[in-house]
Design a protein around this ligand. Structure first.
Ligand code: IMP
Ligand code: MG
Length: 174
């Protein structure tokens, strides 16, 4: 059966927000080189759109992680399923996420990356679901704070589908 999807954030709003975020980043990282760490797979669309609007020199690397123990905060651990290609020591790193939900994944990922001694480490996420947060983590930059609903599009999937939608849609559960 086809899922019903309701537009939550339009393509126009998403694009405008990405421009705003890029402007802020260009200001904050003026005179520096920015190393983007893109968390696969959900963040690729956001990361590409954002990177195209960044005017400071940018390099990109990719990482894939899975988290276990969802629902049990203390048991939350991550496994790296695709490791970075490059060292991040002494680099200004910006981790690009699609959405922060419980925050579990990012909480553990941040610890792991900080141990590699970057010059700085910040987090950007397109979407933030603060109501559902259980881990002590927040983004340095976010696009939109959204209510606790399951969303798709702009890289986010439902059973691997809908990543290519140009807007953020909420899946209507029946
Ligand atoms: P967290 O560890 O709970 O913050 O998990 C974040 C990850 O869960 C995201 O990177 C997404 O892959 C996935 N996720 C959380 N909420 C949604 C959603 O509404 N739609 C699609 N994926 C989601
Ligand atoms: Mg993700």
């Amino acid at each position: 059966m086809k899922d019903q999807i309701e537009v939550m954030i339009s393509e126009k709003e998403v694009n405008a927000k990405i421009c705003e975020l890029a402007e802020q980043i260009n200001e904050d990282y003026a005179g520096k080189e920015l190393h983007l760490i893109i968390i696969l797979k959900g963040s690729i669309f956001f990361a590409c759109d954002l990177a195209k609007k960044i005017t400071v020199p940018v390099t990109m690397d990719f990482m894939s992680v899975t988290s276990y123990g969802n629902g049990m905060v203390s048991a939350g651990k991550i496994t790296v399923t695709k490791e970075l290609d490059e060292d991040i020591k002494d680099r200004d790193v910006l981790v690009v996420e699609d959405i922060i939900d419980s925050g579990n994944t990012l909480f553990h990922l941040k610890k792991l990356l900080l141990a590699r001694d970057p010059a700085s480490l910040k987090i950007i996420t397109l979407l933030d679901k603060p109501e559902h947060r259980t881990a002590d983590i927040s983004a340095d930059y976010y696009g939109f704070q959204i209510p606790n609903r399951f969303v798709v599009g702009c890289g986010l999937d439902y059973a691997q589908q809908y990543r290519n939608l140009r807007y953020i849609g909420a899946v209507i559960q029946d």
